[in-house]
Design a protein around this ligand. Structure first.
Ligand SMILES: Nc1nc2c(c(=O)[nH]1)N[C@H]1C(S)=C(S)[C@@H](COP(=O)(O)O)O[C@H]1N2
Ligand SMILES: [Mo]
Length: 320
C-alpha cells in the first residue's frame, strides 16, 4: 500500500476505468507505515469530494480480489454524491453536502463479546496496510438502483480470526458511531440510533465480506462511511454499515436497525432476491446509476456461485 498526497487528478479525467487503472499502475505496489492511513484520513479534501472530484489521499492496494467484476465502474462523482447515510439526512445529496462534520481521525474500533482476544484499537493498529486489496463489487440498494464500486479493503475474516471467537459466537453485530455533533441526523428520531447491523458467522467469514477503508484507490470520503465500513455485496446495501466503531460476537441473532424500523420489509438476511418484493419496491429490476435502461436483478446480486451454499435448505421468501 502507498499513501501519497491528495490526488491532483483533474475533474475532466476522473471517472473512467482506463484512467483509474493507469493511475493504479503508476502507483504500483509499495509499502507504507500504518500511521500513514490515519494521517491520510486527516488530510483535507472533503469539499472537493462533495463535488465529485477526486481529492482524498491516495490509498493503493497490494492485490486484486479474485471476485472482481469487469463491468463498467460507476463514476466517482456518482459513488460519492448519491449516497444513503441517514446520520446526515435522508436525501441522496445530504451526505456529500453535510459530511464534513464527521471526524474520522482519531478513531477507535472495539472488538468484544464472545471472543478470546477482545480489544479496543486505534484505527492505525486495526488495519494491516500491506493486507489491503482492490475489490470491484456490484452494490445493490433496496431502492432498486445499483452501482459498481472499486473498494479498497480487507476481508472481515482477518479481524474475526485475530479475535478468536468462542463457540458461543454465532453472529457478528456491527455498530456505527453515536455522536450527534458529528452526525446531525442523529438529533432526529428517524432511526433508532446508533445504526446497527449483523451477519451470521459464516456470512461474516465469507471471503466476499469486506471491511473497506477506501474507494477508487483513495481513502474513503466521509459520505461513504469513513474511516471503516462493511461491504457485503450479495446483500442489499443497507447491510453495509458505515463508520463502524464496534464489532461484537454474539450468541443470538441481533435485531438490526432496519428490522426494528420496518420489520415487514427488512429481514435479518436481506439477500438480494429478485423473487421477493420489498414493498414499495419490486426487486425484479434495477437501475444501474448512469444507465438509461433498467436491467434484471440477479439472485444474490450475481454472487450465487460464491454464496448460495450458505442458504441451502432455507426458504428465502420466509427468511428474507
Ligand atoms: N451507518 C449507516 N450505514 C449505512 C447507511 C446509513 O444510513 N447509516 N445506509 C445504508 C444504505 S441503505 C446503503 S445503500 C449504503 C450506501 O453506501 P454508499 O453511500 O457508500 O453507496 O450504505 C448503508 N450503510
Ligand atoms: Mo440502500
Amino acid at each position: 500500500m502507498y499513501i501519497g498526497k491528495p490526488s491532483d487528478i483533474k475533474p475532466s479525467e476522473i471517472t473512467d476505468r482506463k484512467v483509474y487503472q493507469q493511475r493504479r499502475r503508476f502507483l504500483g505496489v509499495a509499502g507504507v507505515s500504518a500511521a500513514g492511513l490515519a494521517a491520510a484520513a486527516a488530510l483535507p479534501g472533503l469539499l472537493s469530494a462533495s463535488r465529485g472530484v477526486h481529492a482524498q489521499a491516495r490509498l493503493a492496494a497490494a492485490y486484486q480480489s479474485p471476485f472482481n467484476t469487469k463491468e463498467a465502474l460507476t463514476p466517482y462523482k456518482d459513488v460519492t454524491t448519491y449516497n444513503n447515510f441517514y446520520e446526515f439526512g435522508v436525501g441522496k445529496s445530504d451526505p456529500a453536502e453535510l459530511a464534513a462534520s464527521l471526524k474520522p481521525h482519531p478513531w477507535t474500533v472495539t472488538v468484544d463479546g464472545a471472543c478470546a482476544s477482545p480489544g479496543a484499537y486505534h484505527l492505525e493498529d486495526f488495519i494491516k496496510p500491506h493486507a489491503l486489496g482492490d475489490y470491484v463489487y456490484r452494490h445493490r440498494c433496496v431502492e432498486a438502483w445499483s452501482m459498481v464500486i472499486p473498494w479498497v479493503g480487507f476481508p472481515l475474516a482477518e479481524v474475526i480470526k485475530r479475535a478468536r471467537p468462542t463457540g458461543a459466537a454465532k453472529f457478528v453485530q456491527f455498530t456505527t458511531l453515536l455522536d450527534p455533533k458529528m452526525f446531525p441526523g442523529q438529533r432526529f428520531p428517524v432511526l433508532d440510533w446508533p445504526y446497527t447491523e449483523g451477519l451470521r458467522m459464516d456470512e461474516a467469514l465469507h471471503p466476499l465480506t469486506l471491511l473497506a477503508v477506501g474507494l477508487y484507490g483513495e481513502v474513503l470520503p466521509n459520505q461513504n462511511g469513513a474511516p471503516l465500513r462493511l461491504v457485503v455485496p450479495w446483500k442489499y446495501g443497507f447491510k453495509s454499515i458505515k463508520s463502524i466503531v464496534r464489532i461484537s460476537f454474539v450468541e443470538q441473532q441481533p435485531i438490526t436497525t432496519w428490522m426494528r424500523a420496518v420489520p415487514s420489509r427488512y429481514g435479518f438476511y436481506s439477500n438480494v432476491n429478485p423473487d421477493v418484493d420489498t414493498v414499495p419496491w419490486s426487486q425484479r429490476y434495477e437501475r444501474r446509476i448512469g444507465n438509461l435502461f433498467k436491467q434484471k436483478t440477479l439472485m444474490f446480486n450475481g454472487y450465487g456461485a460464491q454464496v448460495a451454499h450458505l442458504y441451502a435448505g432455507m426458504n428465502l421468501a420466509k427468511d428474507y
